[in-house]
Ligand binder design. Structure first.
Ligand code: ADP
Ligand code: MG
Length: 1036
């Protein structure tokens, strides 16, 4: 066995900690279950769908921050009881932060990475929220304490930098100038390794100064996010603390870099192979994160002795900057943040696997110390660089140059590096004072005026921007031309977007022509008075919370008005909420997790769709996006109403062409659209000539046309089990419940040569089919009232279906330009040896007939005959796996299965009656035989009678059954109608009452239909029995 990395001399393994946070609102709403448990440093995760196989992982530290805590009066989360298992921010710092501090003071480089899906608590651990300070502020606090405690033995310099990597661009979060297009450059130097050229390094000498810089950086991050129309969860935030310690006595300088990295959300869009996007996944979405994963994997392989040729540090900006942290000169800690909830299982297990790989990485950290002379040399070089830069500046620069060079000459070689540091520090402090004054001023304003507060998808960035609405009239929009304008940026914000009026301590908002303003979920078009805590959405998706005058504020908790709240409110106004997605009977706490996922997908995609529409408009792409909730039950042969999925319908405004994108595809495309949009803006701003228009095949807004699934109809197969013909007018329903067309279809039992069977061939007991040949034809006569073609005449349709175990779907030929096209299709199916599987399928399932929409320029769907077996006469052979029986099961809970069960019971009863009749018949026959003389004569007669009586009796039964199944079809239609019947979202009490009345009516109809069917069946059976008895009576 290999020695453990940690024990190898000179090697340090990356230390890994995991932390699990409390449930968030979504998870609580979902009645989430905690699937994570911890015992010392071992963490166990349970697959919610498989109780058998919990997985355990062992890390250096495991923090339980899920439960057992309370909030003290200052807002700090602390263990419920002293010594409780809850890991608060303090204890996390003790283990991880102290070590990093210790290392830094010794002169080692140190790195702390936070990894995990969005919302798992990375920023909580790194930066913290309010009084619950994270590792970075506490580390800086302790660092300056240590510096003070050691000031006799050494002089220390601390530099602070903060940057963001978004889409492989480096943004300096402390930069005061305008952002350079394309971001800052990452360069490489032999000595230094990779570094960001021109990154601002701010000298600091106190913890409050660092905190204020972090605040400044976060503010910059927030505005950059809106300006670039970017999503912060995709960006990496890096804080670099540089510590220089000069030990004058020993003439030694130690230098260490502390990298503190809040990584982008680790979640990935899972695009399954079949729906992979034509355009490659937005390659840069997570290029840095993907590369980080590759680097970690490669290093983990190295650690276990595998041969690794290449470690791809150079493939991304992030890994370049973290090269020393990974497999290099750094002591590195990774904190893996986890959600406790069952719905996050996939992401959590992937985080744990990632963390497990990371813990194998071995670094070789060394103390970075050098004789002070070298530092002096370095500082001189830096000075020269500075002077050069200064000389480039104008008059002022020249004066400063004179001043500096004068001092430099005066001091000559004797000038201490310290002087320069102090000089920088003084400048930074001046800056800080200014910022401090601004912040104090802002606090004062908050106590005097109403204001709007930004709400961001990322809680860390919420509440950062405050825009005050003082007395009078204020223009809000892109423009900042007048002193009475409040300037905001964001997608869909107009130059002059809306007007705030603050008179007599009341605040009003009036949208200006053509601008989008939504208050509490509803678009407004007129002057509207705002109330404290109203929610505003300006443009596509700039979300703000309105805070009224201090007198209105009270002690209310604003935190519940988070981003989710805004989006749910908007969705509710569109008629989408959890209740509307579930069966009305479901209690929220029992909501199917998959439906919750759909709901949250919906509210997550909603703002993205708004943004995509805005970009399409501004870039003149001529397409419109709309969210759809697809009901997958439509393609379920049992008609279960369980699964739903979000899709995005894309419509070309010009020619009404339509595409349907999966969620994953849309998310991918949205990223590419953003890139295109940013490029467009950079080019517009720049003087240079605009680029040639994008070729269509690379355009994220465009796709080749494809046939579109419009909806489907269910043709129940039950009658075939009795060899009864069926003719139906089927409603083809779209995924949102719209009637797309009426389809006339028939199922006709027939002979092998295709002759229609008669009533005498009707079976009472379907099991008689077992092992025998069954032939039937599916006839698709006509489609009527095609909505798809009504909308645009240049369209066509095809019907697709897959019978039982057919390998491939079959499609009818395309019919074009006709709202009521004749299909006239007849397909003959044969089961050579009917299996139990087919029989059960016939009795419980439907043939799903899919209606496909064709558009001019798209190819037809073609039936592939690969793997299809046919008889010499051209019949499609189904039920090929007669030997390998696969039993189909019905969800025992569904309503449909209840009616099916009832049906089956009825059939069972009929079978019993039949059996009883047969026995009775036999007895009667026996009686007859004994009363008549002449055994020969008697036998002959009774056989004759038997054969003449049974078929006629069976035929009567069969007819009764046929009537019964027909009536059951109406019952089923009524049941589906009932299921689709939902109250409208805007319903007031009156509306609800109306709905209840309607629902009552529908229910009454349903139960009447059901009762009628059953009672007529009973009557028919009773009549048959009676007739039979009468007949027997005559003969007896
Ligand atoms: N350990 C914790 N204790 C309490 N709340 C937490 C904890 N970790 C995260 N949260 C909360 O969860 C939400 C998301 O956390 P955040 O750190 O912003 O996630 P991330 O940065 O991973 O996207 C925040 O509202 C935060 O307050
Ligand atoms: Mg975060």
């Amino acid at each position: 066995m290999r020695a453990k990395g940690a024990e190898m001399p000179g090697k340090d393994c990356v230390k890994v900690a995991v932390r699990v946070r409390p449930f968030n609102k979504r998870e609580r709403d979902a009645g989430g279950r905690c699937i994570i448990s911890m015992a010392s440093s071992t963490i166990t995760i349970q697959d919610p769908r498989n109780s058998q196989s919990p997985r355990s992982f062992c890390f250096d530290y495991a923090y339980w921050s899920h439960s057992g805590f309370t909030r003290d009066c200052s807002g700090l989360y602390i263990p419920e009881e002293p010594g409780g298992r809850y890991a608060d921010q303090g204890s996390v710092f003790q283990d991880l932060g102290e070590g990093i501090l210790e290392n830094a003071l010794q002169g080692y480089n140190a790195t702390l990475l936070a990894y995990g899906q969005t919302g798992s608590g990375k920023s909580y651990s790194m930066v913290g929220y309010g009084p619950n300070k994270g590792l970075v502020p506490t580390l800086s606090d302790k660092l300056f304490q240590a510096i003070r405690a050691n000031q006799d033995s050494r002089q220390c310099q601390v530099f602070f930098s903060m940057l963001e990597i978004y889409n492989e661009q480096v943004v300096d979060l402390l930069s005061r100038g305008s952002r350079s297009p394309g971001g800052l450059r990452v360069r490489e130097e032999q000595q230094r390794g990779f570094y960001v050229e021109g990154l601002r390094r701010v000298p600091c000498d106190s913890a409050p100064q660092v905190e204020q810089l972090m605040e400044q950086g976060t503010r910059m991050r927030t505005t950059a996010t809106t300006h670039m129309n970017a999503n912060s969860s995709r960006s990496h935030m890096l804080i670099i603390l540089q510590l220089k310690q000069i030990f004058s006595e020993e003439s030694i300088t130690k230098q260490s870099n502390i990298n503190l990295v809040d990584l982008a959300g680790s979640e990935r869009q899972r695009v399954s192979g079949s729906e992979a996007d034509r355009l490659k996944e937005g390659t840069a979405i997570n290029l840095s994160l993907t590369t980080l994963g590759n680097v970690i994997s490669a290093l983990a392989d190295v650690a276990v002795g595998k041969k690794v040729v290449h470690i791809p540090y150079r493939d991304s900006v992030l890994t370049k900057l973290l090269q020393s942290a990974l497999g290099g000169n750094s002591r590195t800690v990774m904190i893996a943040a986890l959600s406790p909830a069952d719905i996050c299982y996939e992401e959590s297990i992937s985080t744990l696997r990632y963390a497990e790989r990371a813990k194998r990485i071995q670094n070789r950290a060394v103390v970075n110390e050098s004789p002070t002379e070298r530092l002096v040399k370095e500082l001189k070089a830096e000075n020269a660089r500075l002077l050069q830069r200064l000389s480039r500046l104008g008059q002022e620069g020249r004066r400063a140059e004179d001043e500096t060079s004068r001092r430099w000459k005066e001091g000559g070689q004797r000038m201490k590096p310290w002087t320069l540091w102090e000089q920088h520090l003084q400048e930074a402090l001046k800056d800080w004072e200014q910022q401090y004054a601004t912040i104090t001023q802002e606090r004062r304003m908050m106590q005097m005026h109403p204001y709007i507060l930004n709400i961001n998808e990322d809680t860390q960035l919420s509440g950062v921007v405050k825009l005050f609405i003082q007395e009078g009239e204020w223009d809000i929009g892109l423009s900042d031309s007048s002193p009475r304008s409040i300037s905001i940026r964001g997608l869909g914000i107009q130059d002059h977007h809306a007007v705030f009026i603050n008179v007599q301590r009341r605040v009003y908002l009036t949208p200006l022509a053509g601008s989008n303003v939504i208050v509490n979920g509803t678009p407004i078009s007129q002057k509207t008075e705002l109330q404290h805590l109203d929610r505003l959405i300006l443009g596509s998706n700039s979300t703000y919370l309105f805070i009224g005058y201090p007198s209105e504020r009270g002690g209310d908790d604003w935190s519940r008005y988070d981003y989710d709240y805004f989006q749910s409110e908007l969705a509710a106004a569109e008629g989408i909420n959890l209740h509307s997605l579930c069966d009305s009977s479901a209690v929220p706490s029992q909501t199917d997790p998959s439906l919750l996922a759909v709901f949250y997908d919906y509210i997550k995609l909603m703002p993205m769709v708004a943004e995509a529409n805005q970009m399409s408009q501004e870039l003149h792409k001529g397409v419109e996006f709309k969210l759809e909730i697809k009901n997958l039950a439509l393609s379920d042969s049992k008609g279960h109403d369980l699964e739903k999925e979000i899709a995005v319908r894309v419509t070309s405004l010009e020619n009404k062409q339509v595409w349907l994108w999966s969620k994953a595809k849309f998310v991918n495309r949205k990223f590419l659209m953003e890139e295109l949009y940013q490029q467009h803006h950079t080019e517009r701003k720049g003087e240079g000539a605009a680029r040639a228009p994008m070729p269509r095949d690379r355009d994220p807004f465009w796709d080749p046309l494809e046939p579109l699934l419009l909806g489907s109809a269910h043709l129940w197969l039950q009658s075939l089990a009795f060899r009864i013909a069926l003719e139906e007018q089927l409603e083809v329903l779209g995924s949102e419940g719209t009637e797309e067309a009426i389809l006339q279809a028939q199922l006709i039992p027939c002979s092998p040569t295709g002759l229609t069977l008669g009533e005498d061939d009707i079976l009472i007991d379907p099991s008689e089919l077992l092992g025998r040949r069954l032939d039937f034809q599916l006839v698709l006569d006509q489609c009527c009232g095609l909505r798809w073609v009504q909308q645009a005449r240049n369209r066509g349709v095809q019907i697709g279906f897959r019978m039982f175990d057919s390998a491939q779907p079959l499609y009818t030929p395309a019919v074009w330009h006709n709202v009521n096209p004749l299909l006239d299709q007849r397909v003959h199916f044969t089961s050579l040896h009917t299996s139990q599987g087919l029989l059960e399928h016939l009795q419980t399932s439907a043939l799903v007939l899919e209606l496909w929409g064709l558009q001019e320029g798209c190819r037809d769907m073609v039936s592939s005959l690969e793997g299809v077996r046919m008889t010499p006469e051209g019949c499609f052979i189904i039920d090929q796996a007669g030997a390998t029986e696969t039993a189909t099961t019905v969800d025992p809970g569904s309503e449909l299965s209840c009616s099916l069960r009832a049906l089956q019971q009825d059939v069972e009863e009929l079978r019993n009656t039949n059996a009883a009749l047969k026995t009775e018949n036999n007895t009667l026959r026996d009686q007859l035989n004994t009363t008549k003389t002449g055994a020969e004569w008697g036998r002959g007669r009774s056989e004759m009678r038997g054969s003449s009586l049974r078929p006629s009796c069976d035929a009567e039964f069969a007819r009764a059954l046929k009537v019964f199944y027909h009536s059951m079809t109406s019952v089923r239609v009524q049941l589906q109608r009932l299921r689709r019947h939902r109250p409208s979202e805007e319903s007031d009490l009156l509306g609800l009452r109306l709905f209840v009345d309607e629902q009552g009516g529908l229910l009454r109809d349903f139960s009447e239909l059901l009762e009628q069917s059953v009672s007529s069946l009973k009557q028919d059976v009773a009549a048959i029995v009676r007739r039979k008895r009468e007949r027997s009576g005559i003969w007896s």
